[in-house]
Structures are given as C-alpha cells and as structure tokens.
Design a binder for this molecule. Structure first.
Ligand SMILES: NC(=O)c1ccc[n+]([C@@H]2O[C@H](COP(=O)([O-])OP(=O)(O)OC[C@H]3O[C@@H](n4cnc5c(N)ncnc54)[C@H](OP(=O)(O)O)[C@@H]3O)[C@@H](O)[C@H]2O)c1
Length: 251
C-alpha cells in the first residue's frame, strides 16, 4: 500500500476487491469509491494494480492499490497485515478474482485434471484463503459484508434445465463446477457467520470482459451492479443467498 488515503479511518467504510485491475472488479471499485468508500484495489500484478488505481484516483475515488494473488497465501497474509496496520478493520470484502481456464481442456472426454485444479485454486480455494485471512478484520467492522462473485452457469438448477439460456454451451468440468462449489462455500460461510457478517453470492450476468474474449452482451459496469448492491446491504439484508439484478437466482 504505497499511496496515501485521504480518509478518516474511524468513520470511513473500507472495502477490498480482489482481481480488481480490470473487468468487473475494476467497475466494482469505481462504484464503491463513488459511494464514498475507501477502496483497496487488489491485483496480483503490482504494476497492473497501480495503473488501475491511478486511473480511478484521477476520477476522484479514494482508491489504493494492494498486491494480492488469491492463490498465494503469503501475499494474502501480507495484504491483510497492511490493511490491519493502516485501517485496523475491513468493512467490505468482494471476492471477485476468477479465471475461466482453457475451454478446450474442460470437455469431459478431454478433461485435464491439472486445469480443473488450477481453476479451483483461484475460484474456490482462493476465496477460502482470502475470506479466512481477512475474517478477523471483518469481525472488527460494525457492519461487515462479503460478496463472492459467482456465475449463473454455476447454478445446478440452470445447468440441468435443457431450456436454460446457456444450455448450448459445451459442458465444462472446471469453470462451471468451480462456481457451483463457490456457491456452496458461500452458504456454509454465511451459516458460520450468521448474525455477524452478511455473506452472499453474486451473478453478474454475461459481461464482455477478457474472461470470455468480450463475447458477453452486458458491460462490466452492469455486471458490477449486483456486487455493489450486496456490498452495501442494510443490516436486515439477506445472507447465504445468490442474487442477480432481478433478485434471487435458483441454486
Ligand atoms: N464476464 C462474465 O460474463 C462473468 C460472468 C459470470 C461471472 N463472472 C465472474 O466475475 C469475476 C470477474 O471476471 P471478469 O469477467 O471481470 O474477468 P477478467 O476481466 O478476466 O478479470 C479477472 C480478474 O481476476 C484477476 N485474477 C485472476 N487470477 C487471479 C489471482 N490468482 N489472484 C488475483 N487476481 C486474479 C485478473 O488479474 P490479471 O489481470 O492479473 O489476470 C483480473 O483482474 C470472475 O470471478 C468471473 O468468474 C464473470
């Protein structure tokens, strides 16, 4: 954390978004900063994170870059230590970092277990590591919120519906199951933290980003909306749910 925040740390809401140097994550940072939060823009690559944070600071946001690779526990611990020293707590955690993995190696008849492991390392175990490491800081917040960036493709209800909008996509044994596992992790985390932290999964819809070669029909900014909503829930808001812009998504 190299740049100075202008925030009064006692009253300011402090948010952290992983995988935030581009795509939906960067838009979540932009929106949370526009709401007046101090936002830690976490990126695995220091330069990419610094560049993105500089761009958002130029727009007036209180945005601070933070190096954090969700698959590298040492960087996650170092990031948490830096946040503790600087702010003493964390109010909002958005687990946004994710990878799709190479599609050609996710077909059932050509499955490469190393590819599946790699995708799970980021999309599932990474979330477990980051949430667990930041939990002590979240529990010091008066109103902590955790948002896990899932996907509608991870819905068991949707994937088993032959009329679903994604029914034409080739079956995947890596990305799709990773988001289903993330949904289960979200529910279990919410159960464990009930009454203390609101924990929900977000479905951003199909957004044009690097993840899908910009084939999505929604913008990254549109995809960010549901995460922002879940990051700013009132105290009586839901926990352990899965939501898109329209409301609850079937598991
Ligand atoms: N786009 C969609 O249609 C869509 C739909 C449903 C869900 N989602 C989910 O939304 C989230 C954001 O996706 P996106 O579409 O914005 O994709 P994106 O543009 O490819 O951005 C992904 C971000 O995650 C970062 N990342 C990847 N591995 C990481 C790691 N080990 N540690 C830290 N950061 C890491 C990337 O960093 P680098 O720049 O360093 O690679 C990048 O900042 C993902 O969880 C994705 O699964 C997207």
């Amino acid at each position: 954390m190299t740049q100075n925040s202008t925030a009064d740390t006692a009253t300011q809401r402090i948010a952290l978004v992983t995988g935030a140097n581009k795509g939906i994550g960067r838009e979540i940072v932009r929106r949370l900063a526009a709401l007046g939060m101090t936002v830690l823009l976490a990126a695995r690559d220091e330069r990419r994170g610094a560049d993105a944070a500089a761009e958002l600071r130029a727009e007036g946001g209180d945005v601070i870059p933070l190096v954090l690779d969700v698959t590298d526990a040492a960087t996650v611990s170092a990031a948490a230590k830096a946040v503790e020293e600087r702010f003493g707590r964390l109010d909002v955690l958005v687990n946004n970092a994710g990878i799709a993995g190479p599609r050609s190696r996710q077909a059932v008849d050509a499955a490469n277990v190393d590819v599946v492991r790699e995708v799970f390392e980021t999309n599932v175990f990474g979330v477990l590591t980051v949430t667990g490491t930041f939990l002590p800081l979240l529990l010091r917040s008066p109103a902590p919120r955790v948002v896990n960036m899932s996907s509608g493709v991870g819905s068991l209800a949707a994937m088993s519906d032959p009329d679903d909008q994604f029914a034409g996509l080739p079956p995947s044994v890596a990305y799709v199951p990773s988001k289903t596992a993330l949904n289960a992790l979200t529910v279990q985390t919410a159960r464990a933290l009930r009454g203390r932290v609101l924990v929900n999964a977000a479905d951003p819809g199909y957004c044009a980003t690097d993840l899908n070669g910009h084939s999505g029909y929604r913008s990254a900014a549109q995809g960010a909306e549901i995460a922002v909503r879940l990051a700013t829930l009132a105290d009586d808001g839901p926990t352990g749910g899965f939501f898109d812009d329209e409301g609850a998504v079937a598991w």
